[in-house]
Design a protein around this ligand. Structure first.
Ligand code: 8GT
Length: 137
């Protein structure tokens, strides 16, 4: 197995106190798991550029970045990823997200995300979100 970690971006899209999660479709790795939308960073692409591209392709929406999280690494049996998380909001006038590539989308309060079957790499991201929410209280 390669020791190179595939760089991936994900967006935590927040709206009216809720967070959007997307369900991975059948036939893909981690089928049925919930994730934050995003995807692999292409060669010569900045993480932020990948984020905007992936969200437009997958959900047809445009976002602005509220906060950049520390990248987290995770080793799957098929290889490693380095996941770059970004807290985002929809820009004014953006289309509401549409599940062009996922099985389903849902908007949930942060406290309910822990009850989902999340992609394992997302657990430290959830921890970060909980820390940020605690700071904001
Ligand atoms: N987009 C996204 N991907 C994630 C998250 N957490 C996580 O482990 N991943 C993994 O990071 C990779 C993201 O690449 P992708 O979204 O372009 O994946 P893909 O299904 O087209 O490719 P793949 O089937 O080759 O993995 C996937 O292997 C996915 O399982 C997440 O929150 N968002």
């Amino acid at each position: 197995m390669s020791t190179f970690a595939t760089p991936v971006v994900c967006a935590i899209i927040e709206q009216d106190g809720l967070i959007m999660v997307a369900q991975r479709p059948p036939g893909k790795r981690l089928e049925g798991c919930w994730e934050f939308p995003g995807g692999k960073i292409e060669m010569d692409e900045l993480p932020e550029e990948a984020l905007h591209r992936e969200l437009f392709e997958e959900l047809g929406c445009q976002v602005e970045i509220i906060q950049t999280g520390r990248p987290v690494s995770h080793v799957y049996d098929w290889g490693s990823i380095m996941l770059h998380p970004f807290r985002c909001s929809l820009v004014e006038g953006s289309q509401q997200p549409v599940a062009y590539e996922h099985s389903a989308l849902q908007w949930l309060p942060l406290a309910e995300l822990g009850g989902l079957e999340l992609a394992p790499a997302d657990l430290p991201v959830l921890e970060w979100l909980n820390q940020e929410a605690a700071k904001a209280e």
